[in-house]
Design a protein around this ligand. Structure first.
Ligand SMILES: *[C@@H]1O[C@H](CO)[C@@H](O)[C@H](O)[C@H]1NC(C)=O
Ligand SMILES: *[C@@H]1O[C@H](CO)[C@@H](O)[C@H](O)[C@H]1NC(C)=O
Length: 611
């Protein structure tokens, strides 16, 4: 009865990472170091110049041409810097940021070596990032993807605005330009999943077009796996490269170090790319040019000794190749990755090690390449199927190894035939009903029929308007989850207080199998300070199942449409159900603020296995 998915490993391949675009041509000028300016080091290659504070190493200005791109009004410590947030600032030793400027490049690389030698104290790290603050008088156009680009309001517009439900969300009621009036600005509306967070930045059109981009071709150093979301660029103008954060996950994604624990990890490289075009009308082409750098194979790698190898990374050569075979259903578009050893799904909160992920094609073929040597588990999940896969034995990657795993079969959880289902198992609530935003709280970048509608501010409160005096009732097999299932199970706002809500799933059973067990598969895409109670056919009975208090991914407030994935397989004795009409009551019982709640990913009722 179970659906089987096979992934057959065919063998390993070996591939070197090369720079294809930026290899220096002999005609380009050499890189020069200029130490004549007091307390500065200037590195220049005739294309760009990087001014660093000496000895602190802050980036205090960047030039391509005459005009610096960073904001001179900011303190030198607040223009281009690397930032670690942890609970014991005295232990900040052991962090090195390295910059690489090569001949002919229109930009420079930076990466961070995080090193804890023996004897370091116990600390918790919850954020590691690189920050750039651009000249606010010149950079007004932000681009984070092909269809997420816009003129942005200013920091001043924000400070004149009205703070909404939390400080990051501001209603622009007195912007300097009327085009922004009535919009909401919130940096979390510009989040991106790690796997897609490769190029973003800003364009200035004054006096001539200049682009500033952070280009990050690989994401194995970012925490918590490929679909974790994080900040990108936002009003400032600010551009971030987030390496570690708890955003959209919660404290489980913090990195804890025990006293004396040694550790080394390399974050990056990130390429800071500056580009220009002479025709002002063509300023948007700077975005596609920046994306083109990525596609042309901008990539560097670092060996175990963490010195820089510009042409190839000797240690990063393992890859996996897999191919579907046999009669089982192909693991179409499966996400397959290597991450630190743990339980199935543990990569979602894993922040210490590297994670190497790729997505299989329609036939289940996948390739994972350029893996840092180490000991990993192989994890996977398959869109369209519930649950998490983990390959039973650990995988040790050594330099030069060829590892050949034979057949891999994933049996997604299932106890019986589907009686009904709501949604699609894809770890996101995006397929459910997303309301139009309150016209007072729009971001005009996101249209009401576009794929990013869920990024609008305040959608949680639309529930109270749609359901002012009763809660959502869904009839399985009749209603359409795209229209009738609200994307988030939130509290109802009543007279400025929030009250708990109970949703109903109504369904018919033609008969009850005596002695048979039914199964409710309840998959969540997000949870924040929530507790879901499940009851069958009587809302006043003690609950049959409780998730317990779960979640702090804050994805409702941060427009995330998903946070952490959770799957509950609830065995339902046949005495809970009746022939004819049945009702499942889902209560989210925590009700003190608008952001306590869950997003469902998928719900399925299964009949007894012997039907
Ligand atoms: C909300 O306030 C109004 C006016 O005071 C009152 O009539 C109504 O009963 C209140 N509703 C709830 C659910 O408390
Ligand atoms: C039904 O589930 C209960 C509790 O898990 C278990 O004890 C019982 O054996 C199951 N019955 C069947 C027929 O599988």
């Amino acid at each position: 009865m179970a659906v089987q998915l096979s992934i057959i490993m065919l063998g390993a391949c070996s591939e070197r990472l090369t720079f294809r675009r930026f290899l220096a041509s002999p005609t380009t000028p050499p890189v020069k170091l200029n130490t004549k300016i007091p307390q500065q080091v200037v590195i220049e290659n005739g294309v760009v110049s990087v001014n660093l504070s000496n000895p602190e190493g802050y980036i205090i200005q960047l030039y391509t041409g005459k005009h610096g791109v960073l904001d001179n009004k900011n303190k030198e410590t607040d223009r281009g810097y690397f930032d670690v947030v942890w609970n014991d600032p005295s232990s900040k030793a052991g962090m090195f940021e390295r910059y690489i400027l090569r001949r002919g490049d229109s930009g420079f690389y930076s990466y961070i070596i995080f090193n804890r030698p023996p004897g370091f104290p116990r600390v918790v790290v919850d954020q590691i990032r690189i920050v750039y603050k651009l000249d606010e008088n010149r950079f007004h156009y932000m681009a984070i993807s092909d269809n997420r680009q816009r003129y942005m309001p200013t920091a001043q517009d924000r400070s004149m605005g009205q703070e909404l439900a939390y400080k990051e969300a501001v209603l622009l009621n007195h912007p300097s330009e009327s085009q922004f009036k009535g919009e909401v600005d919130d940096k979390y509306e510009y989040s991106i999943e790690n796997k897609d967070n490769k190029v973003h930045g800003w364009i200035s059109n004054d006096p001539s077009p200049v682009g500033f981009w952070l280009i990050t071709p690989s994401n194995e150093f970012r925490n918590a796996g490929p679909v974790k979301q994080d900040l990108t660029s936002h009003v400032g103008p600010t551009t971030l490269s987030m390496f570690v954060s708890t955003h959209y996950v919660g404290k489980d994604a913090e990195i804890s170090f025990a006293e004396g624990e040694t550790y080394t990890k390399v974050f990056g490289p990130v390429f800071v790319y500056l580009n220009t075009v002479s025709n002002k009308q063509q300023f948007r082409s700077l975005w596609s040019d920046a994306v083109g750098q990525l596609e042309d194979g901008l990539m560097i790698s670092l060996d175990q000794k963490i010195s820089f190898h510009p042409i190839n990374g000797e240690q990063w050569q393992e890859c996996y190749e897999s191919k579907m075979g046999g009669k089982d259903q192909p693991a179409s578009s499966a996400y397959v990755g290597l991450a630190m050893p743990g339980y199935a799904g543990s990569w979602q909160t894993e922040s210490k090690g590297y994670q190497f992920w790729n997505q299989a094609d329609k036939e289940g073929h996948f390739l994972i390449k350029n893996i840092v040597p180490g000991v990993y588990n192989l994890y996977a999940w398959v869109p369209g199927f519930i649950g998490d896969y983990k390959y039973a034995t650990k995988i040790t990657i050594k330099p030069g190894d060829n590892i050949n795993l034979n057949s891999i079969v994933y049996n997604p959880p299932r106890n019986g035939p589907t009686l009904w289902e709501i949604g699609s198992p894809d770890r996101s609530a995006a397929e459910f009903y997303i309301p139009d935003p309150n016209p007072m709280f729009r971001n005009r970048l996101y249209s009401d029929n576009g794929p990013d509608k869920f990024r609008q501010y305040g959608l949680w409160d639309r529930y109270s308007e749609l359901f002012p005096d009763h809660d959502l009732v869904y009839t399985a097999g009749v209603d359409d989850y795209r229209k009738n299932w609200f994307f988030a199970h939130v509290n109802r706002k009543t007279n400025n207080t929030y009250v708990a809500t109970t949703w109903q799933i109504q369904f018919q059973l033609q008969n009850i199998i005596p002695g048979g067990n039914y199964t409710l598969q309840l998959a969540l895409a997000s949870a924040n300070n929530a507790r879901v109670l499940v009851r069958f056919n009587d809302p006043n009975r003690p609950y049959y199942f409780s998730t317990g208090l779960i979640g702090e991914d804050n994805a409702i407030a941060r427009h995330g449409i998903h946070g952490l994935y959770r799957l509950y397989t609830i065995v339902v004795g046949c005495n809970q159900l009746v022939k004819g009409k049945n009702v499942i009551y889902l209560t989210q019982s925590r009700a003190t603020d608008p952001f306590e709640g869950v997003m469902y990913d998928y719900i399925r009722l299964e009949g007894p296995s012997k039907y």
